[in-house]
Design a protein around this ligand. Sequence first.
Ligand SMILES: O=C(O)COP(=O)(O)O
Ligand SMILES: [Mg+2]
Length: 230
Amino acid sequence: MLKAVVCDIDGTLTDDRRRISTGAIETIRLFIDRGIPVVLASGNTLCFLDALARMIGTDGAIIGENGGVFQVGYNEAPHITGDRSSCLLAYDRLVSHFEAQEIALLPYSMELRHADVAFARTVPVEEVRSVVSDLPVRVIDTGFAIHLQTPGISKGTALRALAPMLSLSPGDFLAAGDSDNDLEMLEVAGFGITMANGSENLKKIADLVTDQMYGDGFSEGLLSALERFF
Ligand SMILES: O=C(O)COP(=O)(O)O
Ligand SMILES: [Mg+2]
């Protein structure tokens, strides 16, 4: 028996160009209208998620920056669990490293992030990893951005911390995601879904891999779970 949903955004509710699936939103509203809490969990910033959650119509529990920050509801204070200072140090080193090759990194929402640093996938992620390998940062490629994160922090650790604040346990959640930044979240949730476009690592640990991709796959997985587990 599952009681709640936690879902990723990019590549799960959107296509590979970040265009939102209106069908996926309709599916989420079906859950909301049955009184089932839905948490949005993403590498995106908290303010991006806050606006999206309001327009979808959830209760406002959101996990941002791959778990580095989360909020229990609208107008609630954010819980910041990541240590951004090491991420910024690593980012400075990467800026100098790539500047020497006349490549300018493109940061995403630098001034809006509380816990991590994200930038465009315009440089090889393996090179990024090797340049910062001696620093206390974790490098994650989501397929949409490269993130510098605090080691040990993930959407999974945020879900563990957030669930009791909603009077739930992580095992009460159905989790859906597409990428390696969703691995820990699917692991701690009671049931994990990825879509046909999901990463190979995620497909290995998911309880269900849908036939369809992106938002259509999300709806396929959630509607079958709604009948079976809720
Ligand atoms: O911000 C990203 O890089 C990806 O975001 P997501 O976690 O919603 O897929
Ligand atoms: Mg994603």
